[in-house]
Design a protein around this ligand. Structure first.
Ligand code: GDP
Ligand code: MG
Length: 188
């Protein structure tokens, strides 16, 4: 099914001059960029993207506690408090520099982009994925430096989130309808 998804190349990706490689990877897979711009997000915009939601914080906190357990790190904090810290670090990360923002369209674009992007923690991401190929950061390194994990990209994870996130960054008229020259070779 034809879908649109929001992709952010976070400041580490922009500073490392990886915009072109990341877009090429998506274009090579048959996807099409239908909206694109450079943004230096302020706090308001960053918080519209990463909403301060307690359920999200608890979920991320639970995940982080599981990672600590795997690594033999003892921790007595409430999951929601850990999640709140991760959220604050994410906001700081997004505000720390320029972000390349785009809307990407194609068959099952949300699933396909997340497959190309790979797992959240770069050290674990599949070596063929964007994160696995182009980065190596870990939660342990990031936590020790009190910063978010540098994982290059954000990509929407479901149709509802894609719709919401696209509306955070783009006005409808900023999205362009056009055909790739190979669409009938791909889809018909
Ligand atoms: P994504 O969709 O793969 O980017 O991952 P999520 O939506 O689950 O998490 C959003 C962001 O929160 C990630 O890109 C990370 O920066 C951060 N994050 C997620 N899980 C963890 C975790 O277990 N520990 C830490 N330190 N950060 C995390
Ligand atoms: Mg996500």
């Amino acid at each position: 099914m034809m879908e649109r998804t929001l992709v952010l190349i976070k400041p580490d990706g922009v500073y490392r001059s990886l915009i072109g490689k990341i877009i090429s990877t998506m274009e090579d897979a048959g996807l099409k960029v239908v909206g694109m711009k450079m943004v230096r997000p302020d706090k308001k915009l960053a918080e519209q993207h990463y909403i301060p939601d307690e359920n999200w914080m608890r979920e991320i906190g639970d995940k982080t506690k599981a990672t600590y357990k795997d690594q033999g790190v003892s921790n007595n904090e409430e999951p929601v408090e850990i999640g709140r810290r991760v959220w604050m670090q994410l906001i700081d990360y997004l505000m720390s520099g320029p972000v390349a923002v785009m809307v990407v369209e194609g068959n099952d674009a949300i699933f396909v982009v997340r497959k190309l992007v790979g797992a959240t923690e770069p050290r674990k991401a599949d070596p063929g994925s964007i994160r696995g190929r182009l980065s190596s950061d870990s939660y342990a390194l990031a936590d020790g430096k009190h910063r978010a994990v540098k994982n290059l990209i954000h990509a929407s994870d479901a149709p509802e989130t894609a719709k919401r996130e696209i509306s955070v960054w783009f006005k409808p008229e900023e999205l362009i309808k056009y055909s790739r020259s190979d669409e009938s070779a791909q889809y018909d």
